[in-house]
Design a protein around this ligand. Structure first.
Ligand SMILES: [Fe+2]
Length: 194
């Protein structure tokens, strides 16, 4: 949709227990195969994918006209698991229009949002139920599930014209990774960061 002249108000229901929103416009499923080269332990990645191309995360989207001033919304679900000792996570992205922010509301699980900006700053904010996270414009963001037995579920909203830049992260990675060490999450430097 290129303009919002005939766009009408709407509501939808968030079902936290079943991890669904009502009448989603789109359902994205991201599998391990879409994350090639993103995990630190490449051997563990290859061994895992040989067994099964499992689902890492899912996104339900509610569409809005992709024009300035409108908001795209939805629910993000990161499943539990690890590749080697690195937790399941989303691809992570900058917005194509870099100066656009994003709102997240965590409804289930326990995790982190890893963030960094082109100026060289990074931040990792903890996500727990009822945590609201504000990702300012310019900050790339990736959600990471640190639980071994529960999904990380968040509701998000961001400017409908923002677009996604996945390529920068696919090429460079994030500066920092979250891995499990002695049963606890640890933030470490990404040895492959360029
Ligand atoms: Fe985003």
């Amino acid at each position: 949709m290129r303009d919002n002249k005939n766009f009408k108000p709407f509501t939808y229901k968030v079902d936290i227990k079943n991890e669904e929103i009502s009448n989603p416009d789109n359902h994205i499923i991201r599998k391990l195969s879409s994350m090639k080269g993103q995990y630190m332990d490449e051997k563990a990645y290859e061994e895992m994918i040989k067994k099964e191309d499992c689902i890492l995360y899912e996104v339900y989207e509610k569409f809005a006209p992709e024009v300035e001033g409108e908001l795209l919304q939805g629910m993000s679900i990161v499943h539990p698991g690890k590749v080697g000792n690195e937790y399941f996570m989303t691809k992570g992205h900058f917005h194509q229009i870099l100066d656009t922010a994003e709102f997240y509301y965590c409804v289930k699980g326990h995790g982190y949002m890893m963030m960094e900006n082109p100026e060289g700053d990074w931040a990792a904010e903890e996500l727990l139920p009822n945590t609201v996270l504000y990702v300012p414009g310019r900050w790339a963001h990736r959600s990471i599930n640190i639980k071994s037995d529960e999904d990380l579920v968040t509701i998000f909203a961001y400017p409908a014209n923002a677009g996604h830049d996945y390529a920068t992260i696919e090429t460079k990675g994030f500066r920092k990774l979250v891995i499990e060490e002695n049963g606890k999450p640890e933030i470490i430097d990404n040895p492959k960061w360029k």
